[in-house]
Design a protein around this ligand. Structure first.
Ligand SMILES: Nc1nc2c(ncn2[C@@H]2O[C@H](COP(=O)(O)OP(=O)(O)OP(=O)(O)O)[C@@H](O)[C@H]2O)c(=O)[nH]1
Ligand SMILES: [Mg+2]
Length: 285
């Protein structure tokens, strides 16, 4: 399977961000804690290179805290600013606003010396479905942006103001124009950052089975009451379908339903709190 997805709206979105970045003081770069490395888009890195950046390890409630701390350690060692957050709860609101002020301290101070108060403008970027709009809503304490559990919900730019003198720009999610490293593309597909229609669900389900052959095998076997994961994918599908009762009468097993259940079980954490990328996976370009 080769994953390639770069629809026209992303080209447009990147162009819009290239313009908008000139008007902002800093960047909030939202990463999904389940696939931090895969969420790094080199196109964003080019875009943001002259601005202070605050990374958000979003959806941190979906991974084990000890796992995400490994990324925190790596980012700390690289001198990067970050907050481990779950965008939905908004518990880290205060910390995020404080960090935004910290990374912009120089410009705030410059204005203060002239007796003026500087409003901080931040552009929020990230691959699709990482929780950018959800984060903005939790920071502004109201549902000002539209959110949804599929990629491509935000299509235009939208400014939102916080009482604390912070303005946030919501942007559409974008992936790199091409994936040289297909493992990263696959991880984005696992977490729902690639449009489902792009990756055939049966192939994605097989990749999920392959993943669990190598990792967290016991949780997988526990969920589907298997002794082990059969080496043969058809046999694996049959066993899972049998266990879940996804049958088509005399016509055998319902593979479509089985594949969709595997994807949905992965995304809804019925197969555990899985972190797909580890700092050791990073390959230098
Ligand atoms: N568990 C959990 N779910 C989250 C979190 N943040 C966002 N979500 C969910 O993730 C889905 C995507 O959220 P959005 O805020 O629409 O994501 P986005 O990055 O704006 O997506 P695009 O606009 O499509 O690029 C929604 O179903 C949110 O409820 C989080 O921290 N934890
Ligand atoms: Mg959005």
């Amino acid at each position: 399977m080769h994953i390639q997805w770069y629809p026209g709206h992303m080209t447009k979105a990147m162009r819009m961000m290239q313009e908008a970045v000139k008007q902002v003081d800093c960047i909030i770069y939202v990463l999904d804690s389940r696939a931090v490395y895969s969420c790094i888009n080199p196109k964003f890195d080019e875009l943001i290179k002259n601005k202070p950046v605050l990374y958000i390890f979003g959806k941190s409630d979906m991974v084990e805290q000890d796992d995400i701390k490994k990324w925190a350690k790596t980012f700390s060692a690289q001198g990067k600013n970050f907050v481990i957050a779950d965008n939905l709860s908004g518990k880290q609101r205060g910390i995020i606003i404080d960090k935004l002020k910290k990374i912009n301290a120089e410009v705030i101070e410059k204005y203060a010396q002239k007796g003026a108060k500087k409003s901080i403008r931040a552009m929020v970027v990230g691959v699709p479905n990482t929780g950018k709009s959800t984060l903005i809503n939790s920071l502004c304490l109201s549902k000002k942006t539209v959110t949804g559990n599929r990629p491509g919900v935000t299509r235009g730019k939208q400014w939102v103001s916080l009482a604390e003198g912070v303005e946030l720009l919501d942007t559409p999610g974008a992936v790199p124009p091409a994936f040289e490293d297909q493992t990263r593309a696959l991880h984005l597909a696992f977490i729902g950052s690639i449009k489902d229609e792009i990756v055939p669900y049966d192939e994605l389900a097989i990749e999920i089975i392959n993943y669990f052959r190598q990792n967290n095998t016991q949780v997988f076997c526990g969920r589907y009451k298997l002794q082990n994961i059969p080496e043969d994918n058809i046999e694996a599908f049959d066993s899972i379908a049998q266990n879940r009762g996804y049958l088509l009468g005399k016509r055998g097993y319902d593979y479509e339903r089985t594949a969709k259940a595997l994807i949905s079980d992965f995304r809804s954490q019925k197969l555990g709190k899985i972190m797909l990328d580890y700092p050791d996976d990073i390959k230098e370009a």
